[in-house]
Design a protein around this ligand. Structure first.
Ligand code: EPZ
Length: 430
């Protein structure tokens, strides 16, 4: 099992290049099977979740080729199975995007039912509501969701809760239905817009993505395309918070600053300087950081996927901050790990009350999930002494070359995979 071992205390300095958005790429790769033509997708991050999904797409018979590290070609004409195995769903829930994609294309699909996960229970009732509204019969039995339809017809669908996954799954199925679909209370996340743009580039007719009402005129067929995934706003935000926590000066490049507005606003409130360029954002961390309050909300609100990283920063700010998690019920598991590094955080229901401390101290900690793992790395970079982050498997699900990028910013850290290597690192840096 690999670990990150970090000697904290060095302000991060320099430029970092942000990759393609994992959560956009997952949906776009699934949607790519909706045509029999070849589709080329650029700026695909080389991260575990993406690679698992590519395995699932290959497993149903599609042709998948990584032309370059970040370029993937998919051809869905050879699909021979419409059932996505539990093996994939249990590793990555987003495999369920194949349900919408295959239902739209073949009018039939079967996907193992995803269970809960590390950040909370994760219902899929809204996905099912959408498919049913389009005319599909959806059956859940023996741990599988099966959806099938004689024909799919446009419908007016109101999502009772803003859901990225349900919005995208319905978008896909509705694109190949007959007539007009309206999704109300749709998710407005940048990756929802990216998926809609991708589908439109394949010949779909989707309008209003990025607003709460998306209109889809079904088309008969989609065609091949070449498309580049948008930059990852969460990866970008993670480096921005790492700059703040270490009192560094980092320019994150290849970003869309508009997508980072909520993160930027909170960094300004915390007393950092943030300078926006056309496709870059520079964060200058100044001591001391100030306390502030934040509540996670669907886009354009503050993203839940940045919540742990923000808490790691606020743990070092003077005064008392509050962090309210309104999307997932179990996203504070990392707080106990941060406490082992000296953080003073009390969780009451869905609110973390963070009393800033002067500094963190290095410790051995365990990444409980992807973003929490990134937060622990940020804390380790800011801490006095050595931090070892175990279970970095989670971090690798969503960050490409994380330690390499941090090293280029001056971080003293290494990816290791044995106690011996940890000891070697400690000897080298002490
Ligand atoms: C996406 O998950 C992201 N994953 C998550 O990122 C992110 O945390 C989340 O959106 C919120 O922004 C991917 O894009 C692959 P939702 P998703 O459906 O689509 C409730 C990361 O770290 N809900 O928007 O599964 C649900 O319980 C990951 O990269 C229902 O009630 O999230 C939650 O409270 C973690 N019924 C809320 O909606 C449903 O049918 C938002 O969930 C679906 C969701």
């Amino acid at each position: 099992m690999e670990q990150y071992v970090i000697k904290g205390g060095t302000p991060l300095k320099g430029d970092v290049e942000i990759g393609g958005a994992k959560n956009a790429a997952l949906a776009i790769l699934a949607a790519a099977v909706m045509t029999d033509d070849s589709v080329i997708i650029r700026n695909v991050p080389d991260v575990r979740d993406v690679n698992v999904l590519l395995g699932a797409i290959e497993d149903i018979g599609a042709h998948v080729e990584r032309i370059e590290r970040n370029v993937v070609m998919i051809n869905g004409s050879t699909i021979s199975g419409l059932s996505v195995d539990y093996e994939y769903i249990k590793k990555i829930r987003a495999s369920y995007y194949l349900l919408g994609a295959l239902l739209g294309k073949y009018r039939r699909a079967e996907v193992a039912l995803p269970g809960g996960c590390d950040i909370g229970t994760r219902p899929i009732d809204l996905h099912i509501k959408g498919f049913k509204a389009l005319g599909a019969d959806v059956d859940i039995s023996y741990g599988l969701i099966s959806a099938q339809a004689e024909k799919l017809e446009g419908a007016h669908i109101y999502l009772d809760k803003v859901s990225v996954g349900a919005t995208i799954n319905i978008l896909m199925a509705a694109s190949l239905s007959e007539g007009k679909t309206i999704i109300d209370n749709a998710a407005r996340e940048p990756h929802v817009v990216d998926v809609a743009n991708f589908l439109n580039s394949m010949g779909a007719d989707i309008r209003g993505a990025g607003t709460e009402s998306i209109r889809i005129n079904g088309v008969k067929k989609l065609h091949g395309t070449e498309y580049s995934v948008i930059p990852d706003q969460i990866e970008a935000g993670t480096f921005m918070f790492a700059a703040a926590a270490t009192h560094g000066d980092v320019t994150v490049r290849n970003v869309i600053p508009k997508h980072l507005e909520a993160t930027t606003a909170k960094l300004l409130e915390a007393g950092c300087q943030v300078v926006e360029f056309d496709d870059a954002v520079r964060v200058i961390g100044t001591a001391p950081l100030h306390s502030t309050s934040v509540t996670t909300l669907p886009y354009p609100g503050f993203p839940t996927d940045m919540q742990p990283q923000m808490t790691a920063v606020l743990g070092l700010a003077s005064g008392v901050s509050t962090v309210t998690e309104s999307i997932w019920e179990n996203r504070f598991k990392y707080v106990d790990e941060l406490a082992r590094m000296g953080a003073n955080i009390r969780v009451e229901s869905n609110v973390a009350i963070v009393t800033g401390v002067d500094h963190y101290t290095g410790a051995r900690v365990q990444a409980p999930d992807l973003r929490a793992g990134a937060a622990l790395v940020i804390a380790g970079l800011a801490a006095d002494g050595i931090t070892v982050v175990d279970d970095i498997y989670y971090i690798q699900r969503g960050y490409e070359a994380f330690s390499e990028k941090l090293q280029r910013l001056g971080a003293t850290m290494e990816k290791v995979d044995s106690e011996r290597e940890i000891q070697k690192f400690i000897l080298k840096v002490s």
